[in-house]
Design a protein around this ligand. Structure first.
Ligand code: PGA
Length: 250
């Protein structure tokens, strides 16, 4: 597989406190290795840790991203919310949008489309999550769902340069289950074929996410179409995260 320019995105979800930030020191040191010069590490902690993490990672090649934002680009009376402008203002370069845990809580394709547009307006790079549920997979609806999520989420957008797609089958998130290699390769190729049409022949990066861990990464990294990984649980321990990166690039 092409192990160059691979992405490793740590999605901390609703975990972590100020002391968790010190634990990534080893990743910062590890990332200085010449061998890693083409890979991209992105940490996406909860909102509360964005600024401290940006500061901690100053003078490093590791970037920071948020895990969501409000769909409204402007400031306004939205208690408890944060917009893309605010995310950008604390030094983030990336943002995860469309995660299934938020879709599950009522986030629609239409809202995700607005969020993506507001993030792009702020020059944030978007990690756009898509994926089918177990029921949809069993009913052989995977392609239909992926197509719908891409077409609606990226509606009225033709330049997709700042969009990285993360294919995360809902049934594999946090379950320890991953798709069969052949199936996964097909899904990734399918996603790429859809975005190539929209993006005037330019290939979009497509990541895989869902139960990636140090044990299954060797097999996952053999799938040539994958451009990187979105890692939840296993990214919270630096040792595991480093292990995943090492096994992918070696
Ligand atoms: P997981 O989460 O690696 O814990 O399955 C991935 C994700 O939800 O992004």
């Amino acid at each position: 597989m092409t192990n160059n320019n691979m992405y490793f995105v740590a999605n901390w979800k609703m975990y972590g406190n100020l002391s968790s930030i010190n634990s990534i020191k080893s990743v910062k040191i590890f990332n200085q290795s010449k061998k890693l010069k083409n890979i991209k590490i992105i940490y996406c902690p909860p909102f509360t840790l964005l600024r401290p993490l940006v500061k901690k990672l100053k003078n490093s090649k590791i970037s920071v991203g948020a895990q969501n934002c409000h769909h409204n680009s402007d400031f306004g009376p939205f208690t408890g919310s944060v917009n893309a402008k605010m995310v950008k203002s604390v030094g983030c370069k990336y943002i995860i949008l469309g995660h299934s845990e938020n879709r599950h809580n009522g986030e629609t394709d239409k809202i995700i489309n607005l969020k993506i547009k507001s993030a792009l307006k702020e020059n944030l790079k978007v990690i756009f999550c898509i994926g089918e549920t177990l029921k949809e997979k069993r009913n052989r609806k995977t392609r239909i769902i992926l197509r719908k999520q891409i077409m609606s989420g990226l509606k009225n957008m033709t330049k997709l340069n700042n969009i990285i797609i993360a294919y995360e089958p809902v049934w594999s998130i946090g379950s320890g289950k991953i798709p069969k290699s052949k199936e996964l390769n097909k899904a990734i190729e399918y996603i790429k074929s859809l975005t190539i049409k929209k993006n005037k022949l330019k290939n979009n990066k497509v990541l895989y996410g869902g139960s990636v861990n140090p044990k299954n990464i060797k097999n996952l990294s053999k799938i040539g179409s994958i451009d990187g990984f979105l890692i939840g649980g296993a990214s919270q321990k630096s040792k595991n995260f480093i292990d995943i990166i090492k096994k992918t690039i070696n």
